[in-house]
Design a protein around this ligand. Structure first.
Ligand code: FES
Length: 283
């Protein structure tokens, strides 16, 4: 099998045009529409990737969808993906269960800039399903906690019942390794936490202007979060946004992810806000 050199990790990977079969070790719906899959490559070779990289997830006869890995390579006997049932392919994938197979291409794109985050305070702002790709980075930081300074995590969803990875949330709430803050736009009778959009979490923590920030979530969230970061004086060079939602082929071929001269699938999907923030169509 021919291989290609990944510009992100400097390592060789199997030909990205050839899907590899992955066995589903576990599958469970976390909400009414989001299903978590735990997978292992069937050929016995580990999947080597960086937090923030993408896989094209395929099902024969249906097609492919690009998805950020939802677990860290530091926990890598298996890996997680979360698929939201929204279209024909994702609904067909979400009908699969333990023991069946998915077909994966990748990893694709460049992940989170670990070398720029190391040695600094890190804030991750995750909205809705944006927790999935950032979970790979959260796990990575927690597994290499000494390499980072303060670690702050903001997580927001529209409603409590839309929260993902409940067992992780319980651990993070109790952990001293991460300053975890959560909110919902609209509470319910069971909810005792903060109610309001994700920017209502900013007054709860004092952030240093040198903090490195990673943002992943719905586009509407970016603008308001950046406004808060501007007030603190955080450089836009130190703010990273994940634009994986724009990807399609993942190979720089279809043009679907192009923003001016940049391709999210080749140059991203993670960009510094300084590089992309002035492009209206990006945010
Ligand atoms: S996803 Fe097709 S060109 Fe980037």
């Amino acid at each position: 099998m021919s291989e290609h050199l990944c510009t992100c990790t400097g390592k060789f990977y199997p030909n990205v045009f050839l899907p590899r079969e992955a066995e589903i070790l576990g599958a469970e719906f976390m909400t009414a529409t989001e299903k978590r899959f735990t997978l292992r490559m069937k050929d016995g070779r580990a999947l080597e990737y960086q937090p923030g990289q993408i896989l094209e997830v395929g099902l024969m006869g249906y097609g492919e969808i690009p998805l950020g890995l939802a677990s860290s390579p530091t926990r890598q006997l298996s890996f997680d993906l979360v698929i939201r049932s929204v279209g024909r392919v994702s609904k067909a994938v979400n009908a699969l269960d333990r023991g069946q197979s998915l077909f994966l291409r990748g990893p694709l794109g460049k992940g989170f800039p670990l070398e720029k985050l190391r040695g600094n305070d890190v804030l991750i702002v995750a909205g809705g399903i944006g927790l999935c790709p950032t979970r790979s980075l959260i796990q990575y930081i927690l597994d290499r906690r000494d390499e980072f300074k303060r670690f702050i995590l903001f997580y927001g969803t529209r409603e409590p019942k839309l929260q993902l990875f409940l067992e992780d949330l319980a651990k993070w709430r109790a952990s001293k390794e991460v300053e975890y803050h959560e909110t919902v736009d609209k509470g319910d009778p069971t909810w005792k936490g903060n109610v309001g959009v994700i920017t209502t979490l900013f007054p709860k923590v004092k952030l240093d202007a040198g903090t490195r920030v990673v943002i992943c979530g719905p586009p509407v969230m970016f603008r308001f979060v950046i406004r808060e970061l501007d007030k603190i004086g955080i450089s836009r060079e130190h703010i990273y946004v994940d634009l994986e939602r724009r990807m399609k082929c993942g190979l720089g071929k279809c043009g679907h992810c192009q923003i001016n001269d940049k391709y999210c699938c080749v140059d991203g999907p993670v960009f510094s806000f300084a590089a992309i923030g002035n492009l209206e169509e990006a945010i």
